[in-house]
Design a binder for this molecule. Structure first.
Ligand SMILES: O=C(COP(=O)(O)O)[C@@H](O)[C@H](O)[C@H](O)[C@H](O)COP(=O)(O)O
Ligand SMILES: [Mn+2]
Ligand SMILES: [Mn+2]
Length: 345
């Protein structure tokens, strides 16, 4: 599956990031999001593939583009036979977040990126638009920390795995009222907390790399972002667990349906029989081959943001593959019109 797809998806996230970065700091989160969606879709539809969006911008009625179920790629077009033999190509599932951290882009803050994950059909958990309790940690702690344990216990285990004192650990938590007790517990245990307003995909993946000074992600964010994070962490060998959260009382923000009972019924309709199941990264991204790609929109822990110069832009992306077992940082200069100069540093 990988071969040229690995290269093409870099361009997909790059184009989305460039489009969105033009709206950085303009206070218009919906526009920053919309242009990223359009750019991602346009580039995706030039790829020789039979793709289907399994995590996207919403259901068909709510989202005009990259909606769940939308088919993407040249080989899904009505006139596909003129371009390819669809039977020869495997069907692939795609999870996208063209602008992960729309508020971050709108307000010119760090940590936003264009991101996607790909696997063969059925290889990504089609997470409902619910919340998810998440625990991400470095490879050394994989399978040793556990979302069912308390934050205090997990920090002790994490310290042992990383050969650090708990005081030397940094935990990222989303700054939300629902995390008041969690934040206090982490502080009481002696670790340090980095609060983020948005963008927990970046935080989760940062746990997969040493040197980021992020040792864990704890707390509740969105479920679709959990699947995308799991795809990357599965390839990196990091720890990722997620548990769907369906009780509005627990979440305290956002819209996940009116009642706990209603949400439980919705999950059942979707075929999720055990709503409290804890999913591992392998269950959330179970495909034989998993590819992950992200491109920084604003600067982040792992990637630079988009930098414009006269006539072009420079981007930094990350492509991770379970097949080639690589995590590639790709630095690209995009020459859009005759530039006055191309800055290399
Ligand atoms: O910060 C985020 C926003 O993503 P996006 O809408 O694509 O810009 C995500 O990283 C979070 O995972 C999540 O969407 C957030 O936690 C939603 O929670 P809340 O703001 O409390 O409703
Ligand atoms: Mn997002
Ligand atoms: Mn988004």
């Amino acid at each position: 599956m990988e071969s040229t797809l690995g290269l093409e998806i870099i361009e997909v996230v790059e184009q989305a990031a460039i489009a969105s970065a033009k709206w950085m700091g303009k206070g218009e989160k919906n526009t920053a999001d919309q242009v990223a969606v359009e750019a991602m879709r346009e580039r995706m539809n030039q790829i020789h593939m039979r793709g289907r969006i399994v995590i996207g911008e919403g259901e068909r009625d709510d989202a005009p583009m990259l909606y769940i179920g939308e088919e993407v790629g040249i080989c899904t077009r009505e006139d596909a036979k003129a371009y390819c033999n669809p039977e020869e190509l495997i069907e692939i599932d795609i999870a996208v977040d063209p602008c992960e951290g729309t508020n971050l882009v709108a307000y010119g803050q760090n940590g936003s990126m264009a991101v996607l994950a790909i696997s063969e059909k059925g290889g990504l958990f089609a997470a409902p638009d619910f919340y998810m309790k998440k625990l991400a940690a470095p490879p050394a702690a994989k399978g040793k920390v556990d979302i069912n344990k308390s934050a205090t216990e997990n920090l002790k285990i994490l310290g042992e795995c990383l050969e650090r004192d708990v005081a030397e650990l940094v935990v990222v938590v989303m700054d939300r009222p629902r995390h008041k007790e969690l934040i206090q517990e982490i502080r009481d245990a002696g670790a340090r907390v980095r609060l983020i307003s948005d963008g927990d995909v970046s935080a989760a993946i940062s746990c997969g790399f040493a040197g980021t000074n992020i040792h864990a992600l704890m707390g509740i964010g969105a479920a679709p972002e959990g699947v995308i994070s799991a795809a990357a962490m599965r390839c990196l060998g990091g720890h990722f667990q997620g548990q769907l959260i369906y009780d509005p009382e627990v979440v305290k923000t956002g819209l996940i349906g009116e009642s706990r009972e209603g949400n439980l019924a919705r999950l059942k309709e979707m075929g999720i029989d055990d709503p409290d199941k804890v999913y591992t990264d392998m269950e959330l991204a179970s495909g034989e081959t998993v590819l992950f790609a992200a491109c920084g929109i604003t600067p982040g822990t792992l990637m630079e943001g988009v930098r414009f110069f006269h006539g072009g832009a420079r981007t930094q992306s990350l492509v991770i593959s379970s097949q080639s077992k690589t995590a590639r940082f790709v630095d690209t200069i995009h020459i859009q019109e005759q530039p006055k100069y191309i800055e290399l540093k």
